[in-house]
Design a protein around this ligand. Structure first.
Ligand SMILES: Cc1cc2nc3c(=O)[nH]c(=O)nc-3n(C[C@H](O)[C@H](O)[C@H](O)COP(=O)(O)O)c2cc1C
Length: 338
């Protein structure tokens, strides 16, 4: 007997697709979503996703193998579309028979969806507009994550609540749509399930779980942070293809502004083209996030966090967070049924 029957019924399509007990994904978080957190999420009945980030194929190979050693449950791999070795990374996923690949960070390049489906894996994509979402489904995507600007990390300009109203009525009956961004409690999960989502994706709420390898100083910054402290980065030069990033405000926020000015000057001097400029910016983030997550430099590193950070107040095992979210969702659905 399921402890959360209403939630389980509304998540049934998403859970069947993921092969997990609950349709709750822990969104890939660079440096944070490695073997320990990913396995803990999947072992707790959710769906963990390895953040490949800027990893080489060799590193990804090791991370997948190490995750498999910690869980027999399904998990996915998140690949960034602009990674120069994307097809080699897909090859690694194929060798490991990874069941689900999430393509993040832009429109999937030609042939990537096909290459993933060729070894039998499911493809999960992001789409900033409804038109693009429909196009991606037509091109073979199996599921979609809509992620609002409340989220931690790289963000689009539109709030989750608006995206949900725009996308779910059009797509949810025929397609699998997961909602992400700003979800910190089960009441939020219940609301999106009622709107037609087949499941949800959370990042910030899981980043400081006991099993997360994030540095204690990184976790402490999250416990202290409030929604209003998790701010979107500012774009200094309109020419630069800078995707805004939401993070807790610190000295690193100012360093990013300085980095943009430096990259713009090198663009003017002809030392970089637009593609190289974007890669440079992304490498900056990867390095800054590593400094905070791994080294604990919470002053100068990047503390990527969503607005739900205010709902993260202590270190808890993943299984407890998961049970709490499900109980809150169930209670909300029960209240509405009464
Ligand atoms: C520290 C951090 C790092 C992240 N890194 C990535 C990443 O590498 N790739 C990605 O697709 N999303 C990344 N995200 C976004 C998460 O996967 C997830 O979609 C997001 O956190 C959901 O919103 P929430 O933070 O409001 O729960 C990151 C988020 C955080 C907080």
């Amino acid at each position: 007997m399921n402890d959360f029957p209403r939630t389980a019924a509304m998540m049934a399509r998403g859970a069947a697709f993921l092969g997990s007990e609950h349709a709750i994904l822990c969104g890939a978080m660079s440096w944070v979503s490695e073997r320990n957190l990913v396995a803990a999420i999947s072992n707790a009945g959710g769906f963990g996703v390895i953040a490949c980030g800027a990893m080489s194929p060799e590193l990804l190979d090791r991370e997948i193998a190490a995750t498999k050693a910690l869980t027999t449950k399904p998990f996915g791999v998140n690949l960034i579309t602009m990674h120069p070795g994307l097809f080699d990374l897909i090859e690694v996923c194929a060798r490991h028979r990874v069941g689900h690949v999430v393509l993040a960070g832009g429109i999937p390049p030609k042939g990537s969806v096909e290459a993933i489906k060729a070894f039998g894996a499911k493809v999960i994509v992001f789409a900033p507009t409804l038109a693009l979402a429909k196009k991606l489904f037509r091109s073979g995507a199996d599921a979609l994550v809509i992620e609002g600007s409340e989220a931690g990390g790289h963000i689009g300009p539109v709030a989750t609540s608006v995206l949900a109203q725009e996308f779910l009525p059009e797509l949810a009956a025929e397609h699998l749509v997961f909602v992400a961004g700003g979800i910190g409690r089960g009441e939020g999960i219940a609301a999106y399930l009622e709107m037609g989502a087949c499941g949800v994706q959370l990042g910030t709420r899981f980043a400081c779980a006991t099993e997360s390898i994030a540095h204690p100083a990184f976790k402490k910054a999250f416990f202290r942070g409030n929604a209003r402290d998790a701010v979107a980065s500012v774009r200094v030069d309109p020419r630069l293809p800078v995707i805004p990033v939401r993070a807790l405000k610190n000295k690193g926020t100012e360093a990013f502004t300085a980095k943009q000015i430096e990259v713009a000057a090198r663009l003017d001097a002809g030392e970089l083209d637009m593609g190289a400029a974007q890669l440079e910016i992304e490498h900056f983030w990867a390095g800054a996030l590593r400094r905070a997550v791994i080294e604990g430099d919470v002053e100068h590193g990047s503390l990527m966090a969503g607005q739900s950070v205010g709902m993260v107040s202590k270190e808890e095992p993943v299984a407890e967070i998961m049970a709490q979210l499900l109980a809150e969702s169930e209670a909300a659905l029960l209240r509405r049924a009464a």
